[in-house]
Design a protein around this ligand. Structure first.
Ligand SMILES: [Zn+2]
Length: 89
């Protein structure tokens, strides 16, 4: 199976395991972690215009191939949740 690519910037998306308490609990979704992604970069001002500050979103794709926003509170948010394949220990 080929890696998912971001429909907005073409970067390879990284798999993250969704928190069990979320509505996608336990599913693996792919998220674009490219900080230069136009979708991510424009999200901050888009939300600010809606009165939501200090929040942005990245492009997320679910296992069924549907994409949508994944809210983040900083450019480093969620990066520690990326599933590393072949991680040691
Ligand atoms: Zn992207």
């Amino acid at each position: 199976m080929s890696k998912s690519k971001c429909p907005h910037c073409g970067a390879e998306m990284d798999p993250i395991e969704m928190p069990l308490e979320s509505s996608w609990g336990g599913e693996i979704h792919h998220v674009c972690f490219n900080d230069e992604c136009c979708y991510f970069k424009s999200s901050w001002t888009a939300l600010e215009n809606q009165g939501i500050e200090q929040t942005g979103y990245r492009c997320r794709m679910d296992p069924r191939g549907a994409s949508g926003p994944m809210a983040v509170w900083s450019s480093d948010a969620l990066k520690d949740q990326v599933c590393k394949s072949g991680s040691q220990s």
